[in-house]
Design a protein around this ligand. Structure first.
Ligand code: MLT
Length: 264
């Protein structure tokens, strides 16, 4: 636990030695999303995994914006004495990674953009988020988790690893209502990052899930086509959280990418 300058306390993991990797979770996750990566990479990387505002052990008060989340991560990295990190964001974590790139570029050694997209919300998408805000306020995080769980996991995982449904549901259901509402408002208001893609000049790995129903692989192709020199990996038989669903496959592509950075 560490206190940032504006009075919020942030829960985070900081384990391992090697190249610093900042793991940024999605919605409505917390840092335990990254447990399969943190435990596998400790010998190779210094893994920093924060809980975003309103999630896990981090304080529940705003402002809740994508830029504020990015500033929180940047401040944590600076407090921990990290000059540059491989910024790894999943879904909403990817939206935050784009903001980190725009606002704190010197901190970004490389990017891993998993299950994410560059575009802003459509009006239809915002309408769904408004309904989710109402659901969270009236029926709580458990009801939000009930609604999100099917999209979170691929068909193969749901059929072959049913225990994962409970595991991921527990993570989603543990979010605070303040965190859920704040993140939904932050995502609704986020800017379109499409123009940012051409400015990215650090090594970038894009990861998609072959069965991701929330962010289809076509979005990953858009990132890959627009980010010069980027690498695209599709984790087959996995949905929106391929890092949990197929940790060995995810860790393999991530480890290869990290190993490649040593030669740059
Ligand atoms: C996430 O996993 O962070 C969300 O699916 C992102 C979103 O709703 O746009």
């Amino acid at each position: 636990m560490i206190a940032l300058s504006d009075g919020i306390e942030i829960g985070y993991d900081d384990v391992g030695t090697g190249v610093p990797v900042a793991f940024i979770h999605g919605f409505p996750h917390n840092r335990t999303l990254w447990s399969p990566q943190v435990s596998a990479l400790v010998d190779r990387a210094r893994c920093i995994a924060p809980d975003l505002r309103g999630f896990g052990e981090t304080s529940r008060h705003g402002p809740f914006t994508i830029d504020q989340y990015a500033d929180d991560v940047a401040m944590l990295l600076r407090i921990l004495g990290i000059e540059r990190a491989v910024v790894t964001g999943l879904s909403m974590g990817g939206y935050i990674a784009f903001s980190l790139w725009r606002r704190h570029r010197s901190l970004v050694r490389a990017l891993v953009l998993a299950h994410t997209r560059a575009g802003a919300d459509t009006e239809e998408g915002r309408e769904k988020r408004r309904a989710l805000v109402v659901l969270a306020r009236t029926r709580g995080a458990g009801a939000v988790a009930d609604g999100q769980i099917t999209g979170m996991l691929g068909k193969t995982t749901r059929e072959r690893r049913p225990a994962m449904i409970d595991e991921v549901h527990r993570m989603l259901g543990s979010a605070s209502v303040e965190g859920i509402v704040g993140a939904l408002e932050a995502m609704m208001a986020r800017v379109d990052s499409t123009d940012t893609l051409a400015t990215i000049d650090v090594p970038t790995l894009v990861i998609a899930g072959g069965e991701d129903a929330l962010i289809p692989r076509s979005d990953a192709h858009i990132l890959h086509d627009a980010i010069r020199g980027s690498r695209l990996e599709v984790i087959e038989h996995a949905g929106h959280v391929s890092n949990m669903e197929r940790p060995a496959a995810f860790n393999h592509v991530l480890s290869e990418f990290l190993a490649g950075l040593e030669y740059e």
